[in-house]
Design a protein around this ligand. Structure first.
Ligand code: SF4
Length: 418
């Protein structure tokens, strides 16, 4: 699927823009519901997509899934009938099942069809390797839909050594499972730069996020500078549309160094606003990065360095009460920090394995309020795109629905008789 192709299958030619908007809001609720309950796929449908040479599956059976998945590669995501992208969070007991109906991949709920869906396809550079022989699709993960490539420089986090991993995170669990299959996992700055270059040159992405676990003695901060310089060199530019995702430094001169290395944006993911929850759920971050107060100060300082709307903080929404998270969104957005959040999918291998997410309407409400904070603080869609790791989260959808940014709006009413 190329950058200008359709992500929706529904016929909207006889609908007005207002009607398309209403359909997208309906689909947003469906997407949030899939996010909280997970999704599965029938054997027939999975076999069929594996016969399609353009199919590209998710590589980890752990990831965001409820349980460890060991079968044929699952889709990484699906595009719903009106084009919203939803991550394929596998849950074998979910009532949402992708089935093959009359040869079409169809989303069903308790056996009832909800429409035809599509999958993410192979990238034009899949099969290429870095100059030292590592497949580029093992270094970075990209999707035309988001115009974004994300690279995790390592698959481990040193907080594990003190038994202080964040309770919702399964990075170290995945490392134990997959190091043997995919090889040692530490990406060099050159590998990162070559992957970003391929994604940018093929038009798959115009924004890159570099992320990964925290390294002992905070050595990842030096790594980011080396990687930023290597990316800028590979692209032949001084600055590039890339986000350095770091744990808050205690020495703020490191924030200047990230900007000088070429990154346009930076991210420090606070995850929770309530200090007591933060200390309990993210003990490594609370003890290893100067604590909650330093984290908030670092975010505000970073806005002074990178600019308004050029700094992001992601949250895992659904662990602390909504009013606390909203307090954080309102405060930080008011300081120029683009907040974002993931639907909390308690995943296999994390300390929260077996827990449940809040209700669907809980997510619709918090996403609507965050989209309002974005608007109130003047963030443009381009700033949100450049600061966040992918355009598929609920508040981004709302922002694009309300501002009619989605391409599907261009097709509305085209078949109407005058
Ligand atoms: S800091 Fe927390 S969320 Fe980030 S990799 Fe380490 S354990 Fe996971």
């Amino acid at each position: 699927m190329g950058q200008n192709e359709k992500y929706w299958t529904a016929d909207v030619s006889s609908l007005s823009k207002e009607q398309v908007k209403a359909k997208l809001w309906e689909e947003l609720r469906l997407k949030a519901d899939i996010g909280t309950k997970g999704i599965t796929i029938s054997e027939n449908a999975l076999n069929a997509i594996h016969q399609d040479e353009s199919f590209r599956g998710q590589k980890l059976g752990g990831g965001r899934n409820r349980k460890l998945y060991k079968g044929k590669d699952l889709p990484g995501c699906v595009y719903l009938p009106y084009g919203l992208k939803v991550t394929f969070t596998w849950n074998e007991t979910s009532s949402y099942v992708v089935e093959l109906v009359n040869g079409k991949h169809t989303l069903t709920y308790e056996g009832k069809s909800l429409g035809e869906i599509q999958y993410s396809k192979k990238l034009p550079y899949d099969g290429q390797t870095s100059s030292d022989g590592v497949p580029l699709d093992l270094i970075g993960h990209a999707d035309y839909y988001d115009q974004h490539v994300i690279i995790s420089y390592s698959n481990e986090c040193s907080y594990k050594e003190r038994d202080e991993d964040c309770l919702f995170c399964n990075i170290n669990y995945n490392k134990d499972l997959y190091t043997e299959k995919f090889g040692p996992y530490w990406r060099t700055p050159l590998q990162v730069a070559e992957t970003v270059k391929a994604a940018f040159e093929h038009g798959v992405a115009n924004h890159a996020t570099l992320t990964g676990g925290v390294v002992a003695e905070r050595r990842e901060l030096e790594y980011y500078v080396d990687a930023g310089e290597e990316i800028a060199k590979a692209l032949g530019v001084e600055t590039f549309n890339g986000t350095a995702t770091v744990a808050a430094p205690t020495d703020f001169s490191n924030i200047h160094k990230l900007k000088e290395a070429g990154f346009r944006t930076t991210a420090m993911n606070l995850e929770l606003w309530d200090k007591v929850f933060y200390e309990a759920v993210c003990p490594g971050k609370a003890h290893g990065s100067g604590g909650w107060d330093n984290w908030v100060k670092a975010l505000e300082y970073a806005v002074g360095v990178f600019g308004w709307g050029r700094v992001r903080s992601n949250f895992v929404a659904g662990i602390e009460p909504m009013p606390r998270t909203l307090e954080g969104f309102e405060y930080l957005c008011g300081k120029g920090v683009v907040c974002s959040f993931n639907v909390w999918a308690p995943n296999v291998g994390s300390a929260f394995e077996g827990h449940r997410s809040p209700e669907t309407e809980w997510y619709i409400e918090i996403a609507t309020k965050l989209a309002e904070f974005w608007k109130k603080n003047g963030f443009t869609f381009d700033q949100i795109h450049d600061a966040t790791a992918g355009d598929y989260r609920l508040p981004s959808d709302i922002f694009r629905i309300e501002n009619e940014v989605f391409d599907i709006f261009k097709e509305a009413g085209k078949g109407a008789v005058a």
